[in-house]
Design a protein. Structure first.
Length: 158
């Protein structure tokens, strides 16, 4: 916990299954989607070979994660496969809803709702420490400062 806090991270306590479920959605699935998007684009590029010339910032931003080393992710994907499969199924339902909902206007409703939620998720939406957590953090820093001041006040022996 001290290491995490020294890096200005905010430690969160979750049960392992909940952690795996959340990480599948916010970390593992985005990586798989990035790879799938790159794979689909490459398949569509086979006849014209223009992907490198026509891909814009949006595509490059969304496929950045596809450049990561599979050997690093292989173990993560294997050990969290159930939660990833559940997250992928949820994503597939959402993607199908958008594709099928275009003629009915359902896509616009989903898009607007997602947009509102995402706009609320700026840097200010990050979890903040609770008051007692902040107090513990301040107390720890106070102790470190006092210890350092104590070392500073000792006479030097040359």
């Amino acid at each position: 916990m001290d290491l995490a806090e020294s890096l200005l991270a905010l430690p969160v306590t979750l049960d392992p299954e909940e952690h795996d479920r959340i990480m599948a959605m916010v970390s593992h699935l985005p990586r798989l989607i990035s790879v799938a998007l790159m794979h689909a684009a490459e398949a569509g590029d086979a006849t014209h070979g223009m992907l490198d010339k026509l891909a814009g910032r949006g595509f490059l931003d969304r496929t950045r994660l596809a450049a990561s080393d599979y050997r690093i992710w292989k173990g993560i994907l294997e050990t969290n496969s159930d939660a990833i499969a559940e997250a992928a199924a949820r994503f597939n339902r959402s993607l199908s809803l958008l594709g099928l909902g275009m003629p009915t206007g359902e896509a616009a409703r989903v898009w607007e709702k997602a947009g509102r939620r995402r706009r609320r998720m700026g840097p200010d939406s990050l979890a903040r420490p609770r008051r007692h957590d902040r107090r513990a953090l301040i107390d720890r820093y106070d102790k470190q400062i006092l210890a350092l001041l104590g070392h500073r006040s000792r006479p030097c022996r040359w």
